[in-house]
Design a protein around this ligand. Structure first.
Ligand SMILES: *Cc1c(COP(=O)(O)O)cnc(C)c1O
Length: 411
């Protein structure tokens, strides 16, 4: 393969680590827990990481590794680790950086389970989370101190659809010697290059766009080796030996191995197929979303729509500069009340009542009563999750049919 090949070509032709004995064109699914060795010496070398042989599928697996290699091709990252869910990616990345006494600076505008992980799970281990308004750069700066181990953010928050200035946040974090960890699930690799915006560690729920139609759960940790870990409260010692690779070494040689949440080979097989059509599906779904938003916006029963691709949206310019013309295939709409939202959901015939995002089918949910249902009304209000909001993930159907479904359901 030539060096000058375009990304579409490179992705499809990422070489296998070893040629298949039968010349299989698709990566075989290696459903094996363990791998045999010819000698005790070879085994010792493999366990010491001195050869690249697989030993046990909780650590590495050929099918999963090929999926990781494809993501490496797409992102140009230093290392990619595949996990069995987006939450596993987030928790493994944070456990690699955090220790008791350290703190994380983030926003209250987070995916519900991520918020709960920071506010409850991590707090119980003595890691403080400082929730601040990341659109307020001076708040961000004053929240960071010498014990801050990461600034964590989502590139477009859900369901608030808030967009932060990534370059500005990265500049402040890096000035203070703190890495930026970003959940980029909402815009796939083909439309957003995290490295160009100063993101050091990218975490993704590959359950969403990548899985290829909600086939499987998955998560990714993408390390750009862009951060000097000598400044990290936890990684500074191993950074003396491993430099900018310290995060990946800590993750792969300890955290990921001990937490045991590696991706399964079957999920990796399906998500590799998903990656091959990611570009095409994203283009269709995000264009569908834009057209649908324009139609829904003028419906008299809809109080407002929230999509950062609309020129009237307050984040439009920033969103366009970071994510391009089509900022994803998710939008929200507000109706007059919670009751109106429930009635609307119950009337839908084509759009499915379901959680999840970026299935090939369109999905609708009332976030306040579901994903955020276990929070108190006070916490929901601090998180700006309104009772009047419906979230729609737009799929690959005809836009005319989707708008008809929405119009009929509003009647
Ligand atoms: C779905 C989602 C997650 C969690 O991913 P899972 O694969 O469900 O564990 C995290 N962040 C965002 C933005 C998500 O949409």
């Amino acid at each position: 393969m030539g060096k000058g090949n375009k990304m579409e070509t490179k992705l499809l032709h990422t070489p296998y680590a070893k040629p298949d004995v039968y010349n299989a064109l698709s990566m075989p699914v290696y459903h094996s827990a363990a791998y045999e060795f010819e000698s005790a010496e070879a085994m010792e070398l493999a366990f010491a990481g001195k050869t690249a042989e697989h030993t046990y599928s909780r650590i590495t697996n050929p099918t999963v590794q090929h999926f990781e290699d494809r993501v490496k091709t797409l992102t140009g990252a230093f290392s990619v680790t595949a996990l069995n869910s987006g939450m596993a990616a987030i928790t493994n990345a944070i456990f690699t950086l955090a220790k008791a006494g350290a703190n994380i600076v983030t926003s209250k505008h987070l995916f519900g389970n991520t918020y709960s992980f920071f506010a409850s799970t991590l707090a119980a281990f003595g890691v403080e989370t400082r929730f601040c308004d990341l659109t307020n750069l001076s708040k961000l700066e004053s929240s960071i101190d010498e014990n801050t181990c990461a600034v964590f953010l989502e590139i477009i928050t859900n369901p608030q659809m808030e967009v932060v200035d990534l370059n500005a946040i990265a500049a402040i974090a890096h000035k203070k010697n703190v890495p930026v960890v970003a959940d980029t699930t909402i815009i796939p690799f083909c439309a957003f290059n995290a490295k160009n915006f100063g993101i050091d560690i990218e975490v993704v729920s590959s359950t969403k766009y990548i899985s290829g139609g909600a086939t499987s759960l998955g998560g990714l940790i993408v390390d750009y080796a862009s951060f000097n870990w000598l400044a990290s409260p936890k990684l500074h010692t191993i950074a003396k030996d491993f430099g900018n690779a310290a995060f990946t070494v800590k993750l792969r040689k300890e955290i990921h191995r001990n937490l045991g949440a590696y991706m399964t080979p079957h999920a990796a097989y399906m998500q590799t197929l998903g990656l091959e059509t990611l570009d095409l599906r994203f283009e269709k779904a995000s264009k569908n979303c834009m057209k649908l938003v324009q139609l829904v916006e003028s419906h008299k029963k809809v109080e407002s729509v929230n999509y950062t691709g609309l020129p009237t949206n307050k984040y439009y310019q920033l969103s366009k500069s970071q994510f391009g013309e089509y900022p994803g295939a998710m939008f929200t709409l507000n109706l007059e009340s919670r009751e109106a939202c429930f009635k609307f959901l119950n009337n839908l015939k084509i759009i499915k009542r379901a959680t999840n995002l970026f299935d090939n089918k369109s999905l609708a949910i009332h976030p306040a009563s579901t994903i955020f249902g276990s929070f108190t009304p006070e916490v929901r209000s601090e998180m700006n999750v309104s009772d009047k909001t419906i979230r729609i993930s737009v799929g690959l159907e005809s836009v005319e049919d989707l708008f008809q479904d929405i119009s009929d359901a509003l009647r």
